[in-house]
Design a protein around this ligand. Sequence first.
Ligand SMILES: NC(=O)c1ccc[n+]([C@@H]2O[C@H](COP(=O)([O-])OP(=O)(O)OC[C@H]3O[C@@H](n4cnc5c(N)ncnc54)[C@H](O)[C@@H]3O)[C@@H](O)[C@H]2O)c1
Ligand SMILES: O=CCCC(=O)C(=O)O
Length: 527
Amino acid sequence: MHLTGQLLIGGESRKGTNGEIKGVNPATGEILEPAFGGATKADVDAAAALAHEAFAGYRALPYETRATFLESIAEHIEAIGDDLIVRTMAETGLPRPRLEGERGRTVGQLRLFAGVLRDGGFLEARIDPALPDRKPLPRPDLRLRNVPLGPVAVFGASNFPLAFSVAGGDTASALAAGCPVIVKAHPAHPGASELVGRAIQAAVAACGLHPGVFSMIHDSGYEVSQALVADPRVKAAGFTGSRRGGLALLAIAQGRPEPIPFYAEMSSINPVIMLPAALKARGPQIAPDFVAALTLGAGQFCTNPGLILAIEGPELDAFVEAAGKAVEAAPASVMLTPGICKAFAHGVAALTEAKEVTTVARGIPGPDGSHTGRAALFSVAAKDFLANPHLHEEVFGAASVVVRAADQAELEKVVAAVEGQLTIAIHMDEADHPIVAALLPTLEMKAGRILVNGFGTGVEVAPAMVHGGPFPATSDGRTTSVGTLAIARFLRPVSYQNLPEALLPAELKTENPLGIARRVDGKVKVG
Ligand SMILES: NC(=O)c1ccc[n+]([C@@H]2O[C@H](COP(=O)([O-])OP(=O)(O)OC[C@H]3O[C@@H](n4cnc5c(N)ncnc54)[C@H](O)[C@@H]3O)[C@@H](O)[C@H]2O)c1
Ligand SMILES: O=CCCC(=O)C(=O)O
């Protein structure tokens, strides 16, 4: 493995001159070589100019060429081999099986979007043929298809260094949509970012594309990242990270002379509603599964179950007792960065010190000075949860709060009071159906995904997946960052009225040369 620490600007690479970033092994504290040079605003300008230049040609490519390009990226990532896993383990403290799985998900995602391109459904092609004899007015010929927005900035996430990072879902969906991508690498895994970034660069060259289709920068601070979002040639951005960072960048995206869509995934505590019949039937059996989901990846999943909502009673007591025992047996886990570990410790300390909150259990402590997170389970009465909005905030890591409601009415109030979420899980049996029926309309307003008898961790990458949700889970709850629908974030519809057949794009020509499914006169017609 040869890492250079360089920026990847179009087909070229050069060392950034604006400060430096080094990876840190959170398991050992070892500083990892090499140093990665931070980009200057001139580097952002160069990447944006190249992306802008590449856009017209890239969006006009046959969909088959774009699909082959995505597959080529997947192949180049696989060709890195074990070096990618070894470096990512060193930079993140995440274990090998997790990263091998994540690499599989990353290349699978790219290949899934190749399929989306071949299918053509993402174009949403519609034809409303002219009705010249319609009274009182004739109808014009109207044809619609989706077109790409333009260059997209992608902020890699710290907690999924492959599947939500340089070649992650945002990049795959933007490239599939026909948008050149400029990645801002996450400073917690610069080496893994370079390896994957070079794989994309190699795929761009192998497919004979304009080099501006992909660039990747490092930033030793925030200014250059902000300049990237502010650049007039950038037309949309994807982000996964903190609420603070997401909101800061959202403000820039919205405050530009030409505001752009900014898709930030930020903060979610993923309530798990434990209903009475399910608790009675199998509360203690659900407890270990809950703690397994809570401690997965040191709790550093945006889908982590940070809240248990239930009605008081002996069944809830039995669940909490079993969950407490499982938490006490949970070993401390290395967290992604010293900063994330510190933020987790602060969040847990704040809950521990809150007078309304009871500490149910703590996990096994890690060695002194290690960047490990120790699981934590808390309990609070629903009335106190309702009165203290700070208890609703995400503590990123393996911490969860059991909220004890006096009755169904109070449970409903708690559900209505939580912020927007990526997921809400319900543990239920048939006897619980009436409560679920009463809750469902509220749940739909609160979450992007409602799931039954499970936990939100382990997102399926599939056409019907929604990994999104109302604010603050994301900045735009109308979309998803996982699954094939993610491509829609980087597209917009154009309607062509009375455009002569000879000038129509192939997707909309009457004889349907691409053989794609289209909605003709309101009815779906398969190619
Ligand atoms: N809910 C989630 O999906 C999720 C995922 C990862 C992290 N987090 C949260 O984020 C915290 C820190 O983790 P992180 O480093 O991944 O997130 P972060 O928001 O600090 O950083 C994410 C990216 O945005 C950049 N950035 C941050 N603030 C910025 C600003 N003001 N201007 C320009 N760029 C900015 C960073 O350099 C990085 O590239 C965690 O403790 C956790 O609370 C949440
Ligand atoms: O951390 C955010 C993504 C979570 C995820 O993809 C999963 O739970 O699988």
